[in-house]
Design a protein around this ligand. Sequence first.
Ligand code: TRP
Ligand code: ZN
Length: 500
Amino acid sequence: MRRLKLYQLFVSIPIILILLAGCSGKATSTFIVVPPTTVVPEPSATPDIKANRGAPGIGDSLYPNFGNGGYDVQHYTLDLTVNNVATSDLDGITTIKARATQNLGSFNLDFIGFEITNIIVNGQPADFRRSGQELTITPSTALSENESFTVEVQYQGSPVKRSSAALPIQTGWVTFEGGSFVLSEPDGAASFYPVNDHPLDKASYTFRVIVPEPFEVAANGVLTETIDNGITTTFLFEAREPMASYLATVNIDEFDLETSQAENGIPIRNYYSTGLPEDIHKPFERQDEMLVYFSDIFGPYPFEVYGALVMDTDFGAALETQTMSIFGMDMIDTNHMEDTQQVIAHELAHQWFGDSVSLADWRDIWLNESFATYAQGLWIEHTEGREALDEWIKRLYAFVLENREHMSPPGEPPADELFNPGVYYWGALGLHALRLEVSDEVFLQILKTYHEEYKGSNATTADFINVAEEVSGKELSAFFDSWLYSKDLAPIPALGLEAK
Ligand code: TRP
Ligand code: ZN
């Protein structure tokens, strides 16, 4: 418990839950760091071109079965009619617009639970079979390479509870007393819609959700229509910018809505579950300012709208769901304003690093978490000055040293503890070390260039290193090796920091 307090004081809260899990006997003893060379890609990840079968995995090095191969999705339309909010019993139709990247006699989607009542491909009924989360669809007419096609999957039932392969919590659609919410990183999306579930295949989304009165819906993007049907209400949201599947979120409750506009013109809408304490919105008062500051240093905010959603339930985490980050009520502590603002800054920074620039492989998760964590330090520097940042870095360094056994080197997360604190704090220290290596100005130019080059798309660790080397004119491979893959925490001599 002491460790938790210490942790809470110094650094953002999002990962408390994971750190705690790391402290429990079982998780600690099974904490294994898998060196990249030992991972043999599963044959399933290679497209079976001869048989014209789409692959059941997209080729992720940590999770060979995540996503699918053989096609590329452009757009998802989720039509969800929620009959009963208490059980999340629903009728769903997911319509997918995609393009075949090879000839396809059959292809896979990821989908968990529900009864599938019908699947239609290009207007014709299609055959399908299910095995685990793999849904294999055989269209009545095979698809040819480059062909655009439409898949409509009709289903009904309640989402099944599902714990993640990557961290010890339930991901996906969660029903709680009073409503439901969706947190899917990395593998929960398939719990409520059929999907090519990997950030490599980003797409735009339409959400059409019908809920009984008086419930309301908050989803990604812009609310374009609200239709009063009498005893139910239809909410229509458009998320027009490409989005990774794990960032799709549909939340049902009653909400108080707070709208504003940041100084750079970005509209903000914050949703607070009705009935939360009055002062719940207080820590968000500087969110507009954060948005302007991060837009200045990282490059223009990449989406058309932003905001936060605070759910009236405890889930010990916050998630950077695109255009609308989600916070469990237990993430908001109005007695510790600055700590809470750290979490708010963290999720906002993810909109650039994680959401706009997405991973190509889950092993590179430090590209999301270390960047969002370092952004907390940048916010501290912006509001309290460089000395405060240096102090924060020193405490972080001590924290990483003290908790080394619960962390993997940032570039080598184990598959079953993807979000271990190494990919947050150790990696954030590495970014600070990079800054000291190349100068403040060059460092910020690296971040800006990296976002500019990969916004709306995907990047790898090698891509980031290339940008860093090009912008700085320095050879940095030894530097990144020591910060991403070494078992020992590298020193930061300028701050007198070294592992003893
Ligand atoms: N990305 C989250 C963060 O900002 C952490 C996280 C990963 C998470 N998977 C999750 C949070 C699932 C909630 C649910 O640190
Ligand atoms: Zn994060």
